[in-house]
Design a protein around this ligand. Structure first.
Ligand SMILES: Cc1ncc(COP(=O)(O)O)c(C=O)c1O
Length: 370
């Protein structure tokens, strides 16, 4: 069986496109829900999706929710956090908004210029008596130094929530990176390796936390629904989204393999090119979900973007700008490495339907711009 594969020539090449199972697969998965009229409320498809994804990732539990941002908020809520949370400046704004929506304060930590993840050597100097947690991000699916982070958290009695929005399929010590920290929050947004259109999940090895997350997801109801026992909200995934996930999960291995192949193709084409460096993978195994290049200057980046755009190719400046510089952030803290990398990083198109010849063309155009 093949993933939906429809090649249309002369269409714009965007940075990503969702990997989608054939439409008929989706309809077949959705049919029972349509016939029974059960569209949500932790229905049979969501329960099945949770079981299948946990099995696929070899994790104990998976709490499916409406999106990755809600998954982060639920993690903060489940751990009853109230205070400062140390978070890298090189991330998507959702890491920060989740912290703020839960009444906590983000404290920005700079990143390592090679791995692009939080620089674990800078965490301890940011810890104050108000610090309650660390929220590292596995940037582009590249695992953080989970051992060092765990050591710091233990020493200072802090919780760890991993923003694992990019990290489904990444591993550390040969097990899913999603099982590290107190809770990991992932995303199954349309752009992710496994997608449910919108969606996310919380993963924890702690059974009590797992049950608490499920109560929070459903307005804070007790098991028998006669009482409200948590300060909950509506974080439920619908049956329609679960049906998308169930149809796509059959192709997950194929998508993962394809991503690695294309990542390595780009890397081969662009290796030894002066002015380009790649994200370094030091800890664990990445899922190769994004292909970022770091250029020697922002002006070169802009030149490359212009060249590619003229040919209908649209890479993405991501993450840009560094989140500590947004005007919504009132207490500015300098994170020079993150700010510098943000100005010079470009994610190239990478998705299942992307053809080998397009990767070769993009690489050639980049080299010619340099
Ligand atoms: C690092 C990071 N955290 C959190 C999120 C939020 O995920 P979602 O879009 O599913 O809410 C994203 C989205 O891509 C992200 O890149």
């Amino acid at each position: 069986m093949k993933l939906r594969k429809k090649q249309i020539d002369n269409v714009p090449v965007y940075v990503t496109q969702p990997s989608l199972a054939p439409f008929s697969d989706f309809i077949e998965k959705l049919r029972p829900s349509w016939e029974s009229g059960i569209l949500t409320h932790n229905g049979p498809l969501v329960q099945k999706f949770e079981k299948e994804i946990a099995k696929k990732l070899k994790v104990n539990n998976y709490v499916a929710v409406s999106n990755g941002t809600i998954a982060l908020q639920m993690a903060i809520k489940a751990l009853d956090l109230n205070g400062e949370i140390i978070v890298p400046a090189f991330t998507w704004i959702a890491s920060i908004s989740a912290i703020k929506w839960e009444g906590c304060k983000p404290v920005f930590c700079d990143i390592d210029k090679n791995t692009l993840n939080i620089d674990e050597n800078l965490i301890e100097e940011l810890i104050t008596e108000k610090t309650v947690a660390i929220m590292p991000v596995h940037v582009f699916g590249n695992p953080c130094n989970a051992i060092a982070i765990e050591r710091i958290a233990e020493k200072h009695n802090l919780k760890v929530i991993y923003d694992a929005a990019h990290a489904m399929g990444s591993k550390f010590d040969n097990k899913s990176i999603l099982e590290f920290g107190d809770i990991s929050a992932t995303s199954t947004h349309a752009t992710k390796l496994l997608n449910t259109a919108e969606g996310g999940g919380c993963i924890t090895t702690n059974k009590e936390l797992d049950s608490k997350l499920k109560r929070i997801r459903f307005f804070g109801h007790s098991e028998d629904k006669r009482d409200i026992v948590e300060d909950g909200f509506n974080g439920k995934m619908t049956e329609v989204h679960a049906a998308i996930g169930l149809s796509n999960i059959n192709y997950y291995d194929q998508v993962l393999e394809d991503r690695k192949y294309k990542y390595e193709l780009y890397q081969t084409e662009l290796s030894n090119v002066k002015d380009i460096v790649f994200q370094r993978k030091i800890f664990g195994t990445s899922n190769f979900s994004y292909f970022p290049i770091i250029l020697s200057s922002e002006s070169l980046l802009l030149k490359i973007v212009k060249t590619l755009n003229a040919k209908g190719i649209f890479p993405r400046r991501y993450f840009y700008p560094s989140v500590n510089t947004f005007s919504i952030i009132k207490e500015k803290e300098a994170c020079p490495v993150s700010e510098d990398i943000s100005n010079r990083i470009l994610c190239l198109p990478l998705y299942f339907l992307l053809e080998k010849k397009t990767i070769l063309k993009i690489s050639k155009l980049i080299i010619s711009s340099i």
